[in-house]
Design a binder for this molecule. Structure first.
Ligand SMILES: *Cc1c(COP(=O)(O)O)cnc(C)c1O
Length: 547
């Protein structure tokens, strides 16, 4: 038994056991550091995986009968790190951030305590941090903290799902017992994250009752189309329950106008005598730009460059009304600089959680005692990790100004990247040119064609598809080179009209997502050069570039 006890942290705080665990950690850090190279986007050479890789794993592995020994375990873990993507300056593929030191230390503390965030009797540290974080973020976005409430959950997708659960409960408090009526409808922009698709499926509304609202040329929700589609649904006997306003789209950083959406729903509710339609601002990604809500753009205390200030101001203008939404989300594992999974779901009127709560007699183990006052019976999860501890650590370590610095740098890098593309790559256009933020979607064209012609619908279906294919070929080449610069890509940054079809056609583009704290303007020339080389390789490979 003593040997088994050695696999645990000490019971009494003795030095030997502490040293042992710290030695393992030291060894992991040292090995990780030895694999690092700022000029690469991976930890050592990328490992090519055969077609049979996972099949062989499942065949070859079983639980060892005898203990393996911690040294072997640590060596095994070190092997797992080899060839792993790593968030150096060259890592610009998608919103996959590096976890910061406060985030890592926060999560380590969570793990060492290993409390259960279900109930404060079991997880007081997490309960305390969760409430602190709810208070901090409520004030930041402009929610009334005496009314708001929230919890950490399973991602931005979990927040979209939780918002929908609330939306249904607010209009149909008995849906919990009776199931959902067949005529409920959800609305989101065609550029929204697919979270709502899954959520509509999961709650039983059905994805046919998810209405996709058109987007305008700046990729945000077309408000006229929203108003029309709401009325159309109502005329056919449907009940709108949920609108997701994307505030910072994952590929284009388009920001839907929450204030206008709120105005439209208020009017529709009055006109048709409807109960309030729940608006969720899907701010998983973009919500972090609320850190600029109180920034003094005139005195500019952090001395950002003029073009950076102007861009931040335009983001802020769009983002400032997210407090009109009934619920929000902050994916701290995205721009909040913490490890997976640290998403905060925030609700304007916390009292509505009461509609989802379990009755005391349904929870025989927890909650209904004379002690403990924080029992999250309203979450879909039962046991919950205390991810708010890492969030709390990051918020206090960075402070508003720290976040302002890092968020401004993403914008600075994207402004400079766009400028360089325009000057150095005449056949490449920026597709999300009307939005600025951490991401740039760029698209390669055959000689003489460009995005400003294409977006207005002057091309044929065949032309747009050919340009999509051209860009797919470019991704292949960029992808092969990802060990050196890891660009991203998307098959649908938005959709556009064409001359000869009624359908809207998806637009494929490559992406630069500035997400590493180490990516700075001075690293961009090399990146632009690698795009230029990829285009040259493509041209040499006889791809038909004439249309
Ligand atoms: C990332 C993202 C999601 C999904 O978040 P997860 O944390 O991956 O579940 C939802 N909406 C938007 C706008 C996102 O950027």
């Amino acid at each position: 038994m003593q040997q088994i006890q050695q696999l645990f942290p000490s019971e009494d705080g003795n030095l030997e056991q502490r040293k042992e665990i710290l030695n393992y950690i030291e060894k992991i850090f040292t090995s990780l550091d030895e694999l690092k190279d700022p000029e690469k986007s991976t930890l050592g050479p990328m490992q090519e995986r055969s077609a049979n890789f996972y099949k062989e794993l499942i065949e070859n592995y079983e639980v060892p009968v005898k203990a393996t020994g911690m040294d072997n375990v640590v060596n095994d873990l070190i092997d797992l790190m080899k060839g792993h993507p790593y968030h150096t300056r060259k890592f610009v593929t998608n919103v996959l951030p590096m976890a910061s030191i406060p985030g890592i230390i926060g999560l380590l503390t969570t793990t060492l305590l290993n409390g259960n965030n279900l109930w404060d009797v079991y997880g007081p540290a997490a309960a305390e941090s969760e409430v602190k974080v709810i208070g901090m973020m409520s004030k930041l976005v402009g929610y009334d903290f005496t009314q708001s409430w929230g919890y950490t959950t399973w991602g931005g997708q979990g927040a979209v799902f939780s918002g929908l659960r609330l939306a249904i409960a607010k209009q149909f408090p008995h849906a919990k017992e009776e199931g959902v009526p067949r005529n409920l409808y959800c609305f989101a922009s065609e550029n929204a994250h697919y979270s709502l698709l899954k959520s509509a499926e999961a709650v039983g509304i059905g994805s046919n009752n998810l209405i996709r609202v058109k987007a305008t040329s700046d990729h945000s929700m077309d408000l006229k189309d929203l108003a029309n589609k709401l009325e159309e649904v109502i005329h056919k006997g449907g009940i709108p329950v949920y609108i997701v306003a994307t505030t910072g789209a994952t590929d284009s950083f388009a920001i839907d106008d929450v204030k206008a959406i709120k105005d439209i729903t208020t009017k529709v509710e009055a006109k048709f005598d409807l109960k309030p339609i729940h608006i969720h601002a899907d701010s998983a990604l973009g919500g972090f730009y609320s850190f600029f809500k109180s920034y003094d753009f005139i005195t500019n205390p952090l001395k950002f460059e003029d073009n950076v200030v102007a861009s931040l101001q335009s983001i802020n203008e769009r983002m400032q009304h997210i407090s009109l939404a009934d619920s929000l989300c902050f994916d701290f594992q995205k721009l909040g600089q913490t490890p997976y999974l640290t998403s905060l779901f925030l609700v304007k009127e916390g009292k509505h959680f009461g509609l989802l709560d379990l009755e005391d007699f349904d929870t025989p183990y927890v909650g209904n005692r004379g002690y403990g006052s924080y029992h999250t019976g309203y979450t879909l999860e039962c046991s919950r990790m205390g991810s708010s501890i890492a969030i709390y650590a990051a918020l206090t370590a960075f402070g508003v100004e720290g976040y302002q610095q890092i968020l401004a740098n993403y914008v600075r890098v994207n402004l400079a990247f766009r400028d360089k593309i325009q000057k150095q790559l005449p056949n490449v256009s920026v597709v999300n040119d009307s939005n600025i933020g951490p991401v740039t979607a760029f698209r390669l064209y055959p000689e003489g064609l460009n995005w400003s012609q294409e977006k207005t619908g002057t091309f044929t279906l065949e032309q747009v598809q050919a340009i999509n294919n051209l860009n797919q070929s470019l991704f292949e080449i960029l992808g092969h080179n990802r060990e050196n610069v890891f660009f991203g890509d998307t098959t649908k940054v938005c959709t556009i009209p064409v001359i000869d079809s009624e359908n809207m056609i998806p637009v494929a583009a490559a992406k630069l997502f500035a997400i590493s704290p180490y990516t700075e303007v001075q690293h961009l020339d090399e990146m632009v050069a690698s795009i230029s080389n990829a285009i040259q390789t493509l041209e040499e490979s006889n791809v038909e570039l004439v249309y």
